[in-house]
Design a protein around this ligand. Structure first.
Ligand code: ATP
Ligand code: ZN
Ligand code: MG
Length: 395
């Protein structure tokens, strides 16, 4: 029933954009079941759920070309700066950890991008968490707890809808109406297309699932001077990013957890702490024998914002990614990032320094599941082969 079509991109896609463009193709049309770009960027291969011909096919191809145009026209290759390189650190394992994780009940997929994790992975994550908390403590960071839900108004205020519309996750509930509730209770059933309840049963969307942790802190500080003039804080939280066809194992989840160490204050305070944090983490990664490197990066903005923002982020060194090696697929995976937002949140949320200027912010963010996954990809599931520091902590 499915159909494969090949499309020649209207503009040549440079190698450095192949991955970014490919991941955005997932959001072009619901009929796309898989999207692949050749390594040189000259052929786009789409697998469609049902065949299309004629005007429908033209419309689909036009949407694909819109993505290509928006992301490629006028884009230039960012200079990637490597800040640390320990990618040659020898690691004992080359296998794919996924099969073992499933077999041992260490990973159970509830649905695409939604996972339950077992005891070994949970202990491993607790170990990493303890180290990240120790990093936070080294800055005297104050602990916070943030909700999983986030008001739509908050995200609007920091222009999140414009930057990352495709990955948002919306929350609603049944309208407060006895007929609606009765009807739902009697007829609700899950079909191929999800819950069968009529869309009018649901209340308008005021709330989303939170896509990041540090935003909650900035919102709590909005519209007033920053008490004390600077702040270091830390929190762990559930984060949600709908990554569509790109959802894959623990590498790319819909629901994942992030530990952040957050800095709010003058520019130098934020930049210095970000740098100190990176130095301290370097020692930890050595202890656990992680093969990785740290390089400058940019965020996966939606197509309209991508070029401008990506170039801006690269030029101003706003984001550095900790990229761990995945030996089994000869690639790397971001397990964390060192971020500097300049005075973006200070301005958007009117958080001020004693001199009246907007605060600067930055955060060090770790993806806990990815951290564990990358470690297991390098060391395997047999704890005997693990570095002593990790084995002892997890035993
Ligand atoms: P990527 O480029 O891989 O999509 P990102 O740049 O979107 O990552 P950040 O916004 O820097 O990621 O988030 C901080 C960390 O959170 C990442 O380094 C990663 O470890 C983790 N993370 C981000 N998105 C996901 C996801 N979908 N599933 C699991 N972990 C994630
Ligand atoms: Zn953050
Ligand atoms: Mg990234």
């Amino acid at each position: 029933m499915s159909q494969q079509i090949e499309i020649a991109p209207a503009l040549p896609i440079p190698a450095f954009l192949v991955g970014e463009v490919q991941s955005k193709l997932a959001y072009v049309d619901e009929n796309i079941a898989a999207a692949r770009l050749s390594a040189q960027g000259e052929v786009i291969t789409l697998t469609l759920r049902r065949p299309v011909e004629g005007p429908d096919r033209q419309a689909l191809e036009a949407k694909v070309q819109r993505v290509v145009q928006a992301m490629v026209a006028g884009a230039f290759k960012p200079k990637v700066q490597v800040l640390e390189d320990y990618s040659d650190r020898p690691v004992p394992y080359r296998g794919d950890p996924n099969a073992g994780l499933l077999e041992r009940g260490e990973m159970f997929q509830e649905a695409a991008g939604i996972f339950t994790l077992g005891p070994l992975v949970s202990r491993l994550i607790a170990f990493f968490e303890a180290q990240f908390v120790a990093l936070a403590d080294s800055f005297g960071a104050a602990p916070y707890r943030f909700p999983t839900l986030i008001p739509a108004r908050f995200l609007e205020r920091v222009h999140y809808f414009r930057a990352f519309p495709h990955s948002l996750t919306f929350v609603t509930h049944l309208r407060e109406d006895l007929d609606v509730i009765d009807d739902f209770a009697q007829h609700a059933a899950c079909g191929e297309d999800g819950l069968n309840a009529p869309p009018e049963s649901f209340a308008p969307i005021q709330t989303l699932l939170s896509p990041a942790v540090c935003y909650h802190l900035y919102f709590s500080l909005a519209d007033r001077p920053l008490p004390g003039g600077s702040l270091a804080a830390t929190a762990v939280g559930n984060c949600f990013r709908y990554e569509s066809l790109n959802l894959a194992s623990l590498e790319r989840m819909w629901n994942f957890t992030m530990r952040e160490v957050i800095f709010v204050g003058p520019k130098d305070f934020v930049l210095q702490n970000r740098e100190t944090g990176r130095q301290r983490m370097r020692d930890f990664f050595e202890q656990i024998g992680l093969a990785y490197h740290v390089e400058s990066a940019n965020d996966p903005f939606f197509i309209g914002e991508f070029k401008k923002q990506a170039a801006f982020q690269s030029a101003f060194q706003l984001k550095f990614e900790i990229r761990a090696r995945l030996p089994f697929k000869d690639s790397t995976l971001a397990v964390g990032s060192y971020n500097y937002h300049q005075d973006f949140f200070g301005r958007a949320l009117n958080i001020t320094l004693p001199d009246g200027s907007p605060v600067h912010t930055g955060c060090i963010a770790f993806g806990l599941e990815r951290m564990a996954y990358a470690f297991l990809a390098q060391y395997g599931l047999e704890t005997a082969a693990w570095p002593e520091a990790v084995r002892k902590a997890v035993a």
